[in-house]
Structures are given as structure tokens and as C-alpha cells.
Design a protein around this ligand. Structure first.
Ligand SMILES: Cc1ncc(C[n+]2csc(CCOP(=O)(O)OP(=O)(O)O)c2C)c(N)n1
Length: 349
């Protein structure tokens, strides 16, 4: 494996404060979203407790004015860090055909993807286009490419789509960062039952692409490694696999019962240090933060959650006719016929 080197120097205090604040908001929203599901505000949700440092840290390494993010259904923290409005994002979990209500083009965050591994191909295709555009503009200029960062789970790396994506990313040297959150599980299947070859990062060698494995509970390590990966991809040196070792500290989704495949004791022992505790202890021990600052960050997170809950509750159902819109730029005849038939049938409902 070509192992990607990265700096292990600490982040500046102000940056760590900013990232800790984001992680606290994410933790609070995540915990609340599970309660919202129980209260019937959203029909379902995919919790991400334990993955805050991985997601917030990965996005901190990007330039959201020109890079693009390809999330899965578990990337609420990444969306928040990328500046997506959380009311519009949480609409994603209201089970409408629109997905979320946020604007993918303006935010540079694609709609969430529940087809496991599917977005790896989209990210590689987008990046390939960026490279071709840059070469067409000036073939001799040093490359300074927009980068696609695609989030994957460890389970997703068992999918054919991901092998195709990594292979062609390597062949075409696309500016793609495959950011794999290895949270230990693919629903009820542990990593060791579905990833062959020792690690996900080891896959890089087979595709001739650089790879690195990092402690996903340590935000500073995640940021520094992902910055190195983004710089590598931006310069035209090709894709990178970043494997962030995390742990999914709760159920796979609000309809999963993890008690059927792991014990509470295993959950406690295997989780590793809580990423929020790691960041907070570091700030306190450096003297960059007081306990009063911790309380202020928590109050800001609570205020954000109240605003987002009010926004989500205020969103009514979407008009049925919308399901035919936004699919094609020009609606084909067959779809127009379906829309007409649907309208006729639903007229008397
Ligand atoms: C193509 C496809 N196959 C199967 C599924 C069903 N499925 C939903 S989540 C999941 C496991 C994903 O695990 P991982 O990639 O590790 O991500 P995590 O959920 O742990 O974040 C599967 C198999 C799916 N959504 N899409």
C-alpha cells in the first residue's frame, strides 16, 4: 500500500474550539432526532453517535466553495459542518420523494444516498469531469482540482460499485477521497465478517491508490489526514482512501434492535474513547477552554436543536403531484401520461 503521510501537529486552539462546537451540535441533534422519531415527528432516522469527529473532521479539510460532498444516510454531522440548513436537511428523514429540501447545487452536498456504495461511482464521475475540464482549459498548467469526498461505510466496500469506482478512480487519477467510516458494523454484520484483506485501507494497494488509516475518534488526526488526502487529490496525483476507525454507538437505524446481535457490554468495551470527550479534554488541558465555555457551547447546541425541531414540525406534507416533477428537465410523454392518470385517480380521493 502507498501509505499517505500526514502531519500530526495539533490544530490551532481556535479551530479546535470551532470543531468541538460543531461536534456538540451534531451530538445534540442526533440524540434529539431519535426522540423525534419516537414522537412521530420523523418516521425514521439513522443515528451517528460516535462518528462526530470523523464527519466534522473530514469536512473541515474541504473547501466547500469548490469541492463536493457525496454523503450516505448517516452523514448528518457532515451536512451540518458543510453549512447545510439543518431544518432542510432533516426533511430528508420525513420520507418524502424529494429527499431533503436543501439545494444540492448551492450547498455542494448531494442528496443522501441509501443505495450502498452507489455514490462512489457518482463521486468518481464528477471528479473525472473536473479533471477533463481542467485539462481542456490548460493542459500545461499545474493541476489544482476541485475534490469530491465520498462517505462510505465499511460494509459498502463489499459492494461491486465500490470496486468499480476505486478501479476507475485509479486508472483515470480522479480527484476523489474515499472517506470510509469503519464503524465496526454493517447492520448486524461485524467488519471482520465482510472485509477481506485485513483493512479497508489495504484495498488501496490493489488499485494503485494511496491510503491511510486514522483514529476516527480523534478529530485532529482526522482533519490532518484528510487535509493531506485532499491536497494529494487536488494536485492531480489521484484518489486516496481514508479509513477512519470509529464505532457505531447505537442502533443502525431507529428500526434496528442491536441487542439481537451484540451485548451492551460489547458495545461499552469496543467503542473506544468518545470523540467529544477526547476533544473537550484536550481543549481544557491546553487552557483553551473553561468549564463555562463548555456550558455555553452546550446551550448553543440546545438552541439550534429547538430551531431545527420547529422547522421540521412546520413542514407539511409535499403536494402529491411533485413526484412527477424534478425527474427530467423535459417530462417525457410516458411520464406525462402517468401524471395525468394519477391526477384522474386521485381527483375523487
Ligand atoms: C445496494 C444496497 N444493498 C443493500 C442495502 C441494505 N443496507 C442498508 S444499510 C446496509 C449496511 C451498510 O453498512 P456500512 O456500509 O458499513 O454503513 P453503516 O450503515 O454502518 O454506516 C445495507 C446492506 C442497501 N441499502 N443498498
Amino acid at each position: 500500500m502507498t501509505s499517505l503521510a500526514f502531519e500530526r501537529t495539533p490544530l490551532a486552539d481556535a479551530e479546535l474550539v470551532r470543531l468541538y462546537s460543531q461536534m456538540t451540535q451534531v451530538r445534540h441533534l442526533d440524540t434529539s432526532a431519535i426522540a423525534w422519531q419516537r414522537q412521530g415527528i420523523v418516521p425514521g432516522y439513522a443515528p451517528m453517535r460516535g462518528q462526530e469527529a470523523a464527519q466534522v473532521g473530514a469536512v473541515a479539510a474541504l473547501d466547500m466553495s469548490r469541492d463536493f460532498l457525496f454523503p450516505t444516510y448517516r452523514e448528518m454531522g457532515a451536512a451540518l459542518a458543510a453549512g447545510v440548513d439543518m431544518g432542510e436537511y432533516m426533511a430528508t428523514h420525513k420520507a418524502t420523494w424529494n429527499g431533503g429540501m436543501y439545494d444540492a447545487r448551492a450547498t455542494r452536498v448531494t442528496p443522501i444516498q441509501t443505495v450502498i456504495g452507489g455514490s462512489a461511482l457518482h463521486a468518481v464521475g464528477w471528479g473525472h469531469g473536473q479533471r477533463l475540464d481542467a485539462l481542456a482549459a490548460d493542459a500545461d498548467a499545474p493541476l489544482d482540482l476541485p475534490v469530491a469526498l465520498v462517505f462510505l461505510g465499511d460494509g459498502a466496500t463489499s459492494q461491486g460499485d465500490v470496486h468499480e469506482a476505486m478501479n476507475f478512480a485509479g486508472v483515470f487519477e480522479t480527484p476523489t477521497v474515499f472517506f470510509v467510516q469503519n464503524n465496526g458494523w454493517a447492520i448486524s454484520v461485524p467488519t471482520e465478517r465482510q472485509v477481506s484483506g485485513g483493512s479497508v485501507a489495504a484495498r488501496g494497494a490493489g488499485y494503485g491508490i494511496a491510503a491511510v488509516r486514522v483514529d476516527g475518534n480523534d478529530i485532529e488526526e482526522v482533519v490532518q489526514a484528510t487535509r493531506a488526502a485532499v491536497a494529494h487529490a487536488r494536485s492531480g496525483a489521484g484518489p486516496v482512501v481514508v479509513e477512519a476507525m470509529t464505532y457505531r454507538r447505537g442502533p443502525h437505524s431507529t428500526s434496528d434492535d442491536p441487542g439481537r446481535y451484540r451485548s451492551l457490554e460489547e458495545e461499552r468495551n469496543d467503542g473506544g474513547p468518545d470523540p467529544l470527550d477526547v476533544a473537550r479534554e484536550r481543549l481544557l488541558s491546553r487552557g483553551a477552554f473553561s468549564t463555562a465555555d463548555v456550558a455555553d457551547v452546550q446551550s448553543a447546541a440546545e438552541a439550534l436543536e429547538e430551531r431545527v425541531r420547529a422547522d421540521v414540525q412546520a413542514q407539511g406534507p409535499r403536494p402529491g403531484a411533485e413526484m412527477f416533477e424534478y425527474v427530467y428537465q423535459e417530462m417525457p410523454v410516458s411520464l406525462r401520461e402517468q401524471a395525468a392518470a394519477w391526477r384522474e385517480e386521485s381527483d375523487h380521493v
